[in-house]
Structure formats: structure tokens, C-alpha cells
Design a protein around this ligand. Structure first.
Ligand SMILES: [Zn+2]
Length: 474
């Protein structure tokens, strides 16, 4: 039994683990971090993805688990086409949010001499790393079952364990591009027709733990060397510019390279807001020993998983098409909301070691706090989450954990009525992985459910008043 793990890339100190099959299987893992990854998927010891390998004509079957809502189909795994940027859901295959991975069958349609299995993934956050176990089989055993579901041990139905792959690091979750190559020192892993990938999520802190798999290549030892995927077009001219903030403590890079038409707006209108508000948000959400990321990047992309903007670690990616349409409206405030995510760092994207028993992060708070800061501190005059806004919503049945603006309204109400320090206190606990419902009782003397009920009563009364006297709210 022998194991070889090599690693290259900028984050050279990462610890990677890779177990082996009973044979002499080698698992090589490589990582390009978010600054070095390119659409060409270039690695030092792992070949770039290929176009006409044995997987390109294979049949891919979803054995267990469900596809992510914005995920591409299974064909994305063997079409020889690659995503052109770090967060392109439709150009990858990934499992549905909230579930723990699933199982994929690859039927190569005939037994081949299996030389190599290479898997590739790309995502700026926790959906970058790969965690899976690979099984293989020639399909000839009498006990063979080609599609064992999650509760069936593959080895009990004819499958051989080939390798266990886990590219995660010991300290937090490094986003970026991963290449994994499974091979055998003897030249071939074995003679197989079927491969089974038992895929796990990379984390369960939130619903976004399922890896963005970009391509799976299977190399036949007896076939001609497959052709590599045609290199992506040359990089665009870099339009990014860095702005100092907080007296030089922070550097905010705004990168409109992929949306050149937004350059003027981004530098003249967005930059001053980010420069002023990033340090303000840091001050609003302090905690002992915590330093907010000193460098923040705001860039533009074509798709951000259906959101208008999304934050991973210290990178905010804005959906270009939505921004183009909202430059005079909500665009700046949207970035303020995302800047709060950069400061929150609830998912240890800043590299802090994750405590072993970190409590789950309620989504409504992770999103309610940014909207509270945005609508009640940054732009209260926009009335984006107050009674005026509530009144304009049709069929609104607000619940304190309704997330975004509704939860922002609730947080503002509790803050004003019970405790000025509520949001900073919630934030510290969420950031340190020790949030619990008790915090509400400690901060206000009431449980969150009681507060939610009281807030709802108040709100219903206010909305009713507004209905009868339309001008009573200003
Ligand atoms: Zn958000």
C-alpha cells in the first residue's frame, strides 16, 4: 500500500489528505487559489481537462441525491467544456443545497484498462474542494448492482474501493480550483467498465457545501493520448483599480474587467461608498481578536447563482446584468449589504480555525443583519425595510425569521425597544460559532419567539393604522 500526494499552488502550506485503495493507487491533489486559477485549469502535475477521453462517450447516471437548482446537467461533467469563471453554476454539476452530496455512476460502455481518473472543480468558496470515494467494477460479478443507493455499501454489491479523496485543508475551506488525479504506479488501476463516485459535501455550516464539479476525465491506457480542452481565450485587459480606505488600513479593489461599461460608475460612484462604509461596518460589528479582511475585491461576473451579488471570503461578485439596470437605484446599497458579509465571516472564509462544535448559522440572521445595516443605518431614507416598505408589499405575512428586509425590520425593532447592542452581540456569537437562542433572553429578557410575537402584534397594528389613515406614516 503506497500513497503519494503532491501539491502545488500558491497556498503551499496546506495539509491535504488522500487515502488509497488496496492496490498501489496514487492520488495527486493540486490547488490553484482564487487569484491564480484560470479557465485553462492548468496544474503542475495533473493534466488539464481533456476532450475525447473515455468519459466523453460514457453514460453518466445520477444514482442518488438531487441536482442543484441552478446546476448544469450531468453532461457538464464530460462535455470537454469548462467554466470560464470561478462561480458559474450552469457550467458545473453540483448537488442540491442542503443535502450531503450523492452518488454518480459512470458507465464506460466497455471494460477498459483504467489508467487515470481526473476530477476538476472550481468555486471561490467552500464549494471548491472535493470530497469523494471512488469505486470501480467490471460488472461481471454475480452480486453486481450498478446503482447502489446511499444506504447500500458498494463493496457488498460487487464494487472495488479505488480511492478516498479529500482535498480540504485543516484550517478552514480554501476556495479556488482543484485538480485530483487518481492513477496506479503499475500503469493501470485495473480493468473496469463502471465507476461509482460517492460524493460528500465539504461542510454543513450552511446549505452551500456541495462541490462545483467542472469535469471528470477517464483515461484508457490503451487509447491514444486524449486531446486537451482548447485553451480559453486570452485574458481581458485588467481594468481593476485599488482604493485605500480607513486611513490606509483597508484596500478595496474594484475590478470591472468583465463589465468595462461599468468602469466609470464603479470608480466614481461605488468606490467612495465602499471606502466610507467598509470601515464603518467593521466598527459596527467588532469582536475581540477579530480582524476584518484588510483587502476586499469587488468584481463583476455574468452569473452569481441566481443572486444579484454574492460574497465569498473577501470577494464580492456582482451580477453585471442586474447592476446595469440598477445603477441609479439599489446597486450601491446592494454592495453595502455584501460588505457586511465580508465583515461577518461566519463561515471561516478568512482562514480562522473552525471550532469543532460550531453552531449552525441561521440563514435569516446571516441575511437579516446585512439588510438591517443597509436599510436602517446606511440608507434609512430609502425606506427599504421600514413600515413604509412593509405597507407597499402585497400579501405580506411577516415572520421575524423571514430573512432579508423582514428580519432587518425585526432586528431594528428589538434594537430600539430592548437593546442597542443586540446586533453586535448576535454578530459576535455567530462569528465565533456559538450562537444560541439563549442570547435573546440574555440581551432582552425574552425569547426570540416571544419577541417575534410582540413585534408581529405591533406591526399588524401599525399596518392597520396605515390602512385607515394612509398619511399617518412618513
Ligand atoms: Zn446576503
Amino acid at each position: 500500500m503506497r500513497s503519494l500526494t503532491t501539491f502545488s499552488g500558491v497556498v503551499a502550506a496546506l495539509l491535504l489528505s488522500a487515502a488509497v485503495s488496496p492496490g498501489e493507487v496514487n492520488v495527486v491533489i493540486e490547488h490553484n487559489d482564487t487569484t491564480t486559477a484560470t479557465p485553462a485549469f492548468t496544474f503542475k502535475n495533473i493534466p488539464s481537462p481533456s476532450m475525447n477521453d473515455a468519459a466523453s462517450k460514457a453514460e453518466f447516471v445520477l444514482v442518488d441525491g438531487a441536482r442543484g437548482i441552478n446546476s448544469g446537467g450531468l453532461e457538464k461533467l464530460h462535455d470537454g467544456k469548462l467554466p470560464t469563471e470561478a462561480d458559474e453554476p450552469g457550467e458545473n454539476f453540483y448537488f442540491l443545497m442542503g443535502i450531503d452530496g450523492g452518488r454518480l455512476l459512470v458507465d464506460l460502455r466497455s471494460v477498459i484498462s483504467l489508467k487515470q481518473v481526473n476530477t476538476y472543480s472550481w468555486h471561490p468558496g467552500p464549494r471548491g474542494p472535493q470530497v469523494y470515494t471512488l469505486y470501480a467494477c467490471d460488472g461481471r460479478s454475480a452480486s453486481f448492482s450498478s446503482q447502489p443507493k446511499q444506504d447500500i455499501e458498494p463493496e457488498k454489491c460487487g464494487w472495488h474501493l479505488i480511492a478516498k479523496v479529500d482535498t480540504r485543508t485543516k484550517h478552514g475551506m480554501a476556495g479556488g480550483q482543484y485538480g485530483v488525479s487518481i492513477s496506479d504506479s503499475a500503469g493501470a488501476v485495473g480493468n473496469y467498465r463502471y465507476l461509482l463516485f460517492v460524493i460528500s459535501r465539504t461542510e454543513n455550516q450552511d446549505d452551500f457545501g456541495n462541490t462545483f464539479y467542472s469535469e471528470i476525465d477517464v483515461i484508457d491506457r490503451n487509447a491514444p493520448e486524449p486531446a486537451q480542452v482548447i485553451a480559453a481565450p486570452p485574458p481581458l485587459q485588467d481594468l481593476s483599480q485599488t482604493f485605500a480606505s480607513g486611513g490606509g488600513v483597508y484596500q478595496i479593489t474594484i475590478d470591472p474587467t468583465r463589465a468595462p461599461d461599468l468602469t466609470d460608475w464603479a470608480f466614481k460612484e461605488l468606490a467612495p461608498v465602499a471606502q466610507e462604509w467598509y470601515p464603518k461596518i467593521v466598527k459596527l460589528l467588532p469582536s475581540e481578536g477579530f480582524q476584518a479582511p484588510a483587502k476586499v475585491t469587488i468584481d463583476f461576473g455574468k452569473s452569481t447563482a441566481g443572486y444579484v451579488a454574492i460574497t465569498h471570503g473577501n470577494r464580492i461578485t456582482c451580477t453585471t446584468s442586474w447592476f446595469r439596470e440598477n445603477l441609479r437605484g439599489e446597486a450601491r446599497g446592494c454592495v453595502v449589504h455584501e460588505l457586511v458579509h465580508v465583515v461577518q465571516q461566519y463561515n471561516y472564509g478568512d482562514g480562522r480555525p473552525q471550532p469543532p462544535n460550531a453552531s449552525p448559522i441561521p440563514f435569516w440572521l446571516a441575511e437579516g443583519i446585512p439588510d438591517y445595516i443597509r436599510w436602517f443605518i446606511y440608507e434609512p431614507k430609502s425606506h427599504g425595510a421600514d413600515l413604509l416598505w412593509m405597507r407597499q408589499q402585497k400579501n405580506l405575512t411577516p415572520s421575524y425569521d423571514g430573512s432579508y428586509r423582514v428580519s432587518a425590520n425585526f432586528l431594528n425593532w428589538v434594537t430600539e425597544k430592548y437593546n442597542n447592542e443586540l446586533v453586535p452581540r448576535l454578530n459576535v456569537a455567530l462569528r465565533e460559532g456559538r450562537y444560541s437562542d439563549n442570547l435573546w433572553k440574555q440581551s432582552t429578557g425574552h425569547t426570540v419567539t416571544e419577541l417575534g410575537g410582540e413585534w408581529k402584534k405591533w406591526l399588524d397594528a401599525e399596518l392597520k393604522v396605515a390602512e385607515n389613515h394612509p398619511r399617518s406614516i412618513k
